[in-house]
Design a protein around this ligand. Sequence first.
Ligand SMILES: [Ca+2]
Ligand SMILES: [Ca+2]
Ligand SMILES: [Ca+2]
Ligand SMILES: [Ca+2]
Length: 551
Amino acid sequence: MTRGPEIANRGFVPKRDGIADCGSRNADSRDPSDLCARSAWSDLPRDMDSLVYPLAPCALQVSPSAFPGADNSPTCCIRDNPRSAIRNPQCCFRPGAIFIATLWIILVLAGMVLALAQAMRVEAACSANYASVQKAMAVEQGAIQYVLACVDGLDGEAPTDANSPTDGLIIGNGMFWIIRPNFDNELQPDYGIVDEASKINISTADQEVLELLPRMTREDAAAIVDWRDSDEGLTSGGAESTFYMTMPDPYRCKNAPFETVEELLLVRGMLPEMLYGEDTNRNGMLDENENDGDESDPPDNADGVLDRGIYDLVTVYSSEGSSTGSSGSSSGSGAVDVNSASSDQLRQAFRNNISEGRIEEVVARTRTMRPFRNVFDFYFRVELTYDEFKLLANDVTANPRSSRGSSSRSSLRRGLININTAPRDVLICLPTIGDAEADAIIDRRASRTDDEGLAWVVQALPQENAVEIGSIVTSRSYQFSADIVSVSSDGRAFRRCRVVVDARESPPRVVFRRDLTGLGWPLDPQILTELRNGADMESVIDETITAREIR
Ligand SMILES: [Ca+2]
Ligand SMILES: [Ca+2]
Ligand SMILES: [Ca+2]
Ligand SMILES: [Ca+2]
């Protein structure tokens, strides 16, 4: 398909004798003397019967011979009948090609400008998003420092919501929340720093305790025990290297304590469903996709209840004291072991807590009746009064391993469960603790005072139950975790990470950090929407607090 006729059809030629006749010349020539319209604009007639555009250089025109059927007569359109160039499309080729070419160039340039503008728009959006991500990351770093400051110097106490608010805090150009699972209401978020001692330590817990965790079978618990114990001897129902080496991707059994909770996924039978349950985004709440069956990931039973995994109930970090025995402020370093202390040491320990007239009697009963299984056993068998025990409980220990001879040099005690903070799901995993005992513990600890330590347990439980759990509970916590959600002030970027900090020494240090941003935004999506629409951070925080109170 040719363009010649079309161009010629649009061509106009001036009705003027002085203008060169294109048809009489070689149209393919590039000789400047061949210009068809050498006359100046000023020479052109102004009446509308003639036209208007000067002729283009013939060199730009296509040879008429290129258009079969065209009239190649030299007088076709200029001298004899200029208007025929308009009426007869087959007449000689016309110089309006410049106009067309210009239009094309303008179109191309316009297209380039549009493409460039679009690219710039994308670049600007990317730059703004990148800046927002940097802000969110900076807020996250600030939040980690905030957590370290909150747990520093607590000397075993857990931070409270009152002295360490975590529900929407503004830092610079962003804000953050520290979320935690809400065991009482899975439709609402909960906020706060989690005390790791409120969980069951999978590196130290007995098989019987592990078996009571949700979804856990006897074989699963045995496999966990085999994974962490140092030998290759098979626990009944468990799995050692002989099993793991037969897997398609073989590896050896670790035979050492767990380093992270996620390491459980390497243990036989431990699937992500068991670890995280239906709460695949790990926000502790029942999200829409976690209650719609197989309509969307994850698969769930759509029963309106969040079937939790064990992730929020277990830990690998809880420990007290230090392996060197010089733990400074850590609990246990200054406590007297009633199973091994001399009479003078016992008198010294009891002096401030027991009346003068009772001291010798208590010392004598202690020496006669020891060893004790734990401090609760000491309380019941020595027949202390509750007031005496309340004052003594934090100053004495009863370590069965040192019932003879001096106290162990190491004061490190791993995996004790803080009975002051453990959730109900953890309490019912403790030996001899059923629903009734767990309720009794929760009721009594609600009214406990700070000076009671863990002494109040002897009032909440019968002797048998208290003595059974006495060796694995504590009233102190030194490791804390925080699930930090940070967002930039414009709502364009957010970050989420989980950190674990160890506060046995000051300043505390971060012992674990994992980025969870890939799990998505864990809070109400309306927060991001409002920030993106320009709402200020204070009003967004106020609205979320109000909405939660209304619910
Ligand atoms: Ca083993
Ligand atoms: Ca969830
Ligand atoms: Ca689902
Ligand atoms: Ca469910």
